[in-house]
Design a protein around this ligand. Structure first.
Ligand SMILES: Cc1cc2nc3c(=O)[nH]c(=O)nc-3n(C[C@H](O)[C@H](O)[C@H](O)COP(=O)(O)OP(=O)(O)OC[C@H]3O[C@@H](n4cnc5c(N)ncnc54)[C@H](O)[C@@H]3O)c2cc1C
Ligand SMILES: NC(=O)c1ccc[n+]([C@@H]2O[C@H](COP(=O)([O-])OP(=O)(O)OC[C@H]3O[C@@H](n4cnc5c(N)ncnc54)[C@H](OP(=O)(O)O)[C@@H]3O)[C@@H](O)[C@H]2O)c1
Ligand SMILES: Cc1cc2nc3c(=O)[nH]c(=O)nc-3n(C[C@H](O)[C@H](O)[C@H](O)COP(=O)(O)O)c2cc1C
Ligand SMILES: *[C@@H]1O[C@H](CO)[C@@H](O)[C@H](O)[C@H]1NC(C)=O
Ligand SMILES: *[C@@H]1O[C@H](CO)[C@@H](O)[C@H](O)[C@H]1NC(C)=O
Ligand SMILES: CC(=O)N[C@H]1CO[C@H](CO)[C@@H](O)[C@@H]1O
Length: 679
């Protein structure tokens, strides 16, 4: 039997689609309508009088000075001719943009990196007012081919706008990860769209694959890009890889300690000024109210945390993510201070040598080295090759210097050395310093080069209907032995693990904010849902199950709810067993299937159980409009599960392989097959 794809066109999860069998406004619609109106009114009212949270001291903060949003004016004023926009979530694209704008100097041009969110992108078509000008775009892709948060407006604008861009010269470097379905979708889109609008691509789109070696992709692209630019503009390529500092060190000897950043992400002393709205630049310090171990045995630590958001005005939906700002292990920080022989408590600023730059400091300044290394800098991931290249000058042993430069080069030998000595050996900066005793860089240059410490995301493991004032996290502590015999510890998970509910009578807090996702229960509660989430992949489904239970309690008709969970041993890491079995007993979760992978000789995974129950699965998908949700490991599990669905569609839908994969793809575009996966 072949499938009528048109059947699915009436279904989406995010939009209110009027089904044939329903009146124009069902009770649910009215309920949701009034709920939305209510929320809008509430939002409006709450905006008018932003109240600080009572338990914190109120300090008036001055309104930020009006920002210059014209990049054309800024470029003219500062004599820049190259602008490098970045769409970046975790900082890589931003770092590449900074490096490209710095590169420009070597060729007698002047570049500036720019956040599209901060500028009026409507000016793009006017860039040609500047002679020999060029726009470079470093664009990362997220989710289902989505832009990063800071590029969302730019993306919307590009889609809607049809300015004539014929005077614009541009190039794009895309950042993505091949293991995702929509590989580099954002970079490809910008590249294509600008061409369609008449702009001139002066160098081919670069595709960076984070699953391979993103740094290498970037460096190879850049090596060919600059000569092309020079040729285009007819300038001489001087091309020396000289190291140029972007920041200069200022040591403060006499400073009011109230003006020194001590780990605040956004405003100084934001600890006291907790004012909504809370976001990545102004995270909320949520007290930890629960922190318990979930697994009964085994050498891992799976944990359940609850964060209190009372009074924060933070709202979330089941399926959203919570972003958490961790701090680094003080043991590591102390060791870095020791090996570099510095006083970590010295108060310093790193000031941008380019005074016109929007980015005055690489991280909040003034601060101490200890704070920078603890709160602001990533000291645990293996450093990128550009960091090694810049640090090489500080190795007193010529052999070390040569090796470091080699690792940063594009020679096959150098790439192999970097892969084995740094990546495969999971050497962080401390391990590198320990294993290269001649390398002792000044700490301020190291601080300039290290990337920013990033927030970590967690799929929220609660429903806001049941827990409006708390956000639950389910996570597994990362800890592993490296090839050099060291034990590496995951930054955020080890920090969370040690978060006590109260610490000497004080509430421990976690700086956090919410990131909206597309991972949503179906609009119509009567649609069946099939949830597949082994291991910590269960997280959002704990929330989904709570929500379906709540809907049922409200007397709503709720469709079939099906869970496929997997873990190693029934008696070890069957997490949330009580909650799941309780939901099963109360008919909130009529179908609970658990794959215990290691309780028998042969591995049993969720996809094996799916295939075992293929008739039921196919009926739910094909006849009953079920929505499918997959959460957890992206590398293997999500792929294997997807191919199990291909198998089922092929077998029970009587399709060819191509038709079966198209069928699943179509489910995805209709919002009926959603993934929340990570690695
Ligand atoms: C959208 C999204 C949702 C997420 N939801 C959840 C969730 O609900 N629950 C959850 O637990 N996590 C979740 N994660 C993952 C989470 O964000 C963190 O990445 C994870 O907790 C590890 O953070 P960490 O700071 O402890 O580890 P890090 O300090 O960031 O260390 C992790 C890194 O260590 C390296 N590494 C780890 N193990 C090994 C090994 N065996 N050998 C060599 N290298 C290794 C890898 O490079 C890895 O990237 C989610 C991620 C995303 C993007
Ligand atoms: N890169 C990888 O290969 C990989 C794999 C799994 C998890 N992870 C990551 O490691 C972290 C820990 O994960 P976790 O603790 O949530 O998971 P977990 O407890 O390690 O795994 C949960 C269950 O999934 C099983 N599983 C392993 N491979 C699978 C596959 N291809 N398809 C279906 N099920 C599979 C496991 O079986 P067995 O362990 O018995 O095989 C186990 O029963 C997460 O960050 C996750 O993203 C990475
Ligand atoms: C949650 C998540 C989702 C992602 N989704 C995609 C995707 O759909 N397509 C893609 O090509 N890359 C995807 N990536 C890879 C990122 O684009 C890539 O790691 C990039 O280097 C990140 O750049 P940034 O640090 O500037 O944000 C994803 C990464 C994460 C963590
Ligand atoms: C863009 O490139 C073309 C050559 O391809 C050149 O003639 C033009 O002047 C450039 N535009 C700007 C604004 O530099
Ligand atoms: C790319 O994605 C895969 C799967 O999502 C993941 O295993 C891998 O670690 C990612 N690469 C990087 C460098 O993040
Ligand atoms: C995991 C860990 O040790 N975190 C520490 C990082 O540093 C801060 C501030 O010094 C400590 O409070 C954390 O405990």
């Amino acid at each position: 039997m072949y499938v009528n794809m048109a059947d699915m066109d009436t279904e989406t999860s995010t939009q209110a689609v009027v089904g044939e069998e329903e009146p124009l406004f069902s009770n649910l619609d009215l309920f949701l309508f009034s709920l939305i109106v209510g929320l809008v009114i509430y939002w409006f009212m709450s905006r008018k009088k932003p109240e600080p949270i009572p338990e914190f001291k109120k300090i008036d903060t001055p309104a930020p000075a009006a920002r210059e949003t014209s990049f054309i004016e800024k470029m003219k004023k500062t004599g820049k001719n190259i602008i490098v926009f970045y769409g970046s979530q975790t900082g890589t694209a931003e770092e590449f943009a900074n490096r490209l704008s710095k590169d420009a100097q070597r060729y007698g041009m002047k570049g500036m990196a720019a956040d599209p969110e901060e500028y009026d992108m409507g000016e793009l078509s006017r860039l040609s007012e500047i002679k020999n000008s060029l726009a470079i775009f470093c664009m990362a892709t997220y989710g289902e081919g989505d832009p990063t948060d800071n590029a969302q407006d730019f993306y919307d604008w590009l889609q809607e706008n049809d300015d004539d861009m014929s005077g614009l010269n541009y190039t794009v470097f895309a950042l993505g990860n091949k293991t995702y379905e929509h590989y580099n979708a954002m970079g490809k889109y910008v590249d294509k769209r600008l061409e369609d609008l008449g702009a001139k691509r002066i160098f081919d789109l670069g595709l960076g694959d984070d699953d391979g070696n993103l740094e290498e992709d970037f460096v190879s692209w850049r090596e060919q890009f600059w000569p092309a630019v020079c040729e285009h503009f007819g300038v001489e390529a001087s091309g020396d890889e000289l190291s140029i500092r972007q920041y200069e060190l200022k040591e403060h000897t006499d400073i009011n300690m109230n003006k020194v950043y001590t780990g605040e992400i956004g405003r100084l002393k934001s600890f006291e000024v907790q004012k909504p709205p809370f976001d990545s630049k102004n995270p909320f310090l949520a007290p930890v109210t629960v922190n318990r171990k979930l697994n009964k045995a085994g050498d891992r630590h799976l944990m359940h945390l609850e964060l209190d958001i009372t009074g924060s005005k933070i709202r979330y939906e089941s399926g959203d993510h919570v972003a958490v700002f961790p701090t680094n292990d003080s043991v590591l920080v102390n060791k870095l201070g020791q090996i570099l022989g510095v006083d970590l408590d010295k108060v310093i600023s790193l000031n941008n040598l380019d005074e016109e730059s929007n980015k005055k400091h690489p991280f909040p300044c003034p601060t101490t080295y200890r704070t920078a290394l603890t709160h602001y800098l990533d000291i645990t991931h293996p450093p990128r090759t550009n960091v090694l290249y810049e640090l090489a000058q500080y190795a007193s042993d010529p052999k070390d210097q040569e090796n470091m430069r080699k690792m940063a080069s594009s020679s096959p030998e150098g790439k192999a050395l970097y892969q084995s000595w740094v990546l495969d050996a999971s050497r962080n900066i401390l391990a590198i310093l320990e294993d290269m005793p001649s390398l002792r860089p000044p700490v301020d240059h190291l601080c300039e080069l290290l990337p920013r410490l990033q927030a970590r995301y967690y799929s929220i493991a609660s429903s806001s209907k049941v827990h409006p004032n708390s956000i639950h996290i389910c996570a597994v502590v990362v800890e592993y032995k490296t090839k050099t015999g060291r034990t590496n510890k995951g930054v955020a998970t080890n920090w969370l693990k040690n978060k006590l509910v109260t610490d000497n009578g004080h509430k421990s807090t976690v700086p956090m904010y919410i990131r909206k996702s597309q991972f949503r229960l179906p609009f119509k509660a009567t649609n069946p849902v099939i949830m597949i989430g082994p291991g910590t992949g269960i997280a959002p489904f704990v929330g989904f199950i709570q929500e379906r239970g709540w809907l049922k309690q409200q007397g709503k008709e709720v469709g079939e709810t099906v869970m496929y969970f997997g873990c190693r041993h029934k008696n070890e890491d069957y997490i949330y067993q009580e909650e799941l079995e309780e939901a099963e007993k109360n008919a909130v979760l009529p179908q609970l299937h658990v794959a215990f992978s290691r309780d028998q000789d042969q591995k049993v995974y969720v996809q094996h159980l799916l295939k075992k129950n293929k008739e039921n699965i196919w009926k739910l998908i094909h006849n009953d409009n079920a929505h499918i949700y997959v959460c957890g490991d992206a590398r293997n599990m999500a792929k294997d599960v997807q191919s199990a669905f291909h198998d089922i569609a092929e077998e029970l839908g009587g399709m060819t392989r191509t038709q079966a994969t198209d069928y699943v793809k179509k489910l995805m575009t209709k919002g009926r097959y959603s993934q929340d996966v990570w690695s």
